[in-house]
Every structure is written in structure tokens, then in C-alpha cells.
Design a protein around this ligand. Structure first.
Ligand code: BGC
Length: 247
């Protein structure tokens, strides 16, 4: 089945048509910068452009950087406050004329990794972390997703974890890989003490750079890079739309 997957990020909104059987993109990715401010109306406008670009008429899966409950966006850490407790699925379906299914962006990326990437056939507890503008977290127990975990916002040294250990924090504070790697290691150790995963999968922008900071990581769990580069969110969003009752 083919579904249009859209990944809403802090800096870009990316879309592509996905073959949900194979997890492969059927088209090139089309990227449009995230509007500032990222209000629902502006984001819907970008969706319209992506839909026109692909001349799309079918269902759409959307990965969005907030917990999603019954089609409502429940928080707004890196997007406009108008998304707070907003009936996003209904609004975006109305604006686009397509059936929109929403899923947390990190959960989408995690689904793709477990199904087609680094987490294939991995039993036990797996924590996927997407390292980007924020820190997205995904929890799997024997391959089953526990949705909407927000462990990017646990406190480390009295601060929201993503303020110290996201990729945006590294860039904003011009941290060396060593300095940032130690912050990130502290974050992983905090998570390990709470969840005792068998494996951490690191995705998002930071995953391509694992060789630069792996030597600073001291957790007991296996740490592996995500296999999808920047397509996981798009692929997982499409999967969520296909498997709506399970997502
Ligand atoms: C948000 C999460 C999101 C993550 C990655 C966090 O700030 O609260 O919902 O998954 O960023 O985008």
C-alpha cells in the first residue's frame, strides 16, 4: 500500500510517498522549511504544497513533535503554543481533504527502525532516541510500542534533558563532541537507571555522528546507530496511518 508520510520537524517539514510493505520511499523527499511561527494554519499550508507536489489524493500519516492522544496534540515543546491540546488530526484532515493520522514524530521513527532497521527482531526493552531540535524517546517492549514517552524532558542536573543533550543544544552552545558526548552520556545513564533497556538505538541528526561520541558513552546496554538516515520519521508516519488501531 502507498501512503504519503509527512514528518514535521523543528526546522523542516518533509514528505514522501512510502511503500508500507517494504518501508521504502516511492518518491524523492520533498522538504519545505517549517514556517515561523509554526501555527496550525501555516503548517496546514505547507501540507497543501506537499500534497500538490505529489498530486496526492490518499491517506496521510503525520509524525509530529508532541504526544498525540486521540488525534489531539497534547504539548508544544518546539512548536507554536496553538498546538497545545489541539484537535490536530481533525483540523488537518479538514484542511487537506485527506484522511490524516497523527503519531508522535519519535514514535514514527522508532516504528520504522523496529520494523525495517536497527531494531528488527530485537526482543526485550528497546529505547530509541532521536537526537535533533529536541530529544525524542520511543519505548518498545518485545517489539510493541508504548506510545508518547517524553523522556526528553526528564531532569538532569535540574534542567530539562533536551536543553543540555539535544543536537540543537550542542550547536547552540558550540559544544565539542567530547563535552556534548559527556552530557549525552549522563542523560543515557539517567534513562538506564529508570528503564534498564537491552538496547539504545540512536537516531536523528546525531546518529550519523555516533563515531564522534561513542567513546564517551558508559552505559551497559548495547548502543547502536539507527539504520534509516533522515527517512525514518516519514516511513513510520506512513506505517502509523496504515496500522491506525495499533499506532
Ligand atoms: C517533544 C517530543 C518530540 C521530541 C522530538 C520533544 O521536545 O516533546 O514530543 O518527540 O521533541 O521532536
Amino acid at each position: 500500500m502507498q501512503i504519503l508520510g509527512i514528518d514535521v520537524g523543528g526546522s523542516g517539514i518533509k514528505g514522501a510517498v512510502v511503500d508500507t510493505q517494504t518501508g521504502e520511499l516511492v518518491t524523492e523527499r520533498h522538504r519545505i522549511p517549517t514556517p515561523k511561527p509554526s501555527k496550525p494554519q501555516a503548517v496546514a499550508g505547507v501540507f497543501g504544497k506537499i500534497i500538490d507536489h505529489f498530486e496526492w489524493q490518499g491517506p496521510i500519516g503525520v509524525g509530529f513533535p508532541a504526544p498525540i492522544l486521540n488525534g489531539y496534540t497534547k504539548m508544544a515543546a518546539n512548536v507554536d503554543d496553538e498546538w497545545l491540546d489541539f484537535r490536530a488530526e481533525e483540523y488537518l484532515s479538514g484542511q487537506t481533504g485527506c484522511a490524516v493520522t497523527m503519531i508522535n514524530d519519535a514514535d514514527a521513527a522508532g516504528l520504522a527502525e523496529m520494523r525495517f532497521g536497527a531494531g528488527q527482531d530485537q526482543p526485550g526493552i528497546v529505547v530509541v532516541i532521536t537526537i535533533g531540535t529536541g530529544l525524542g524517546t520511543v519505548l518498545f517492549s518485545n517489539g510493541v510500542l508504548v506510545p508518547n514517552t517524553e523522556f526528553g524532558h526528564i531532569e538532569v542536573r535540574g534542567k530539562d534533558a533536551e536543553v543540555r543533550a539535544s543536537d540543537a543544544a550542542r550547536k547552540r552552545r558550540a559544544m565539542s563532541w567530547k563535552k556534548w558526548g559527556k552530557h549525552f552520556d549522563e542523560y543515557l545513564n539517567t534513562l538506564e537507571k529508570l528503564l534498564w533497556p537491552d538496547m539504545f538505538i540512536l537516531g536523528g541528526g546525531g546518529s550519523k555522528k555516533l563515531h564522534k561520541f561513542k567513546k564517551y558513552l558508559t552505559v551497559q546496554a548495547k548502543v547502536v546507530p539507527a539504520e534509516f538516515l533522515n527517512e525514518a520519521g516519514i516511513v513510520g508516519a506512513a506505517l502509523a496511518a496504515k496500522e491506525k488501531p495499533l499506532a
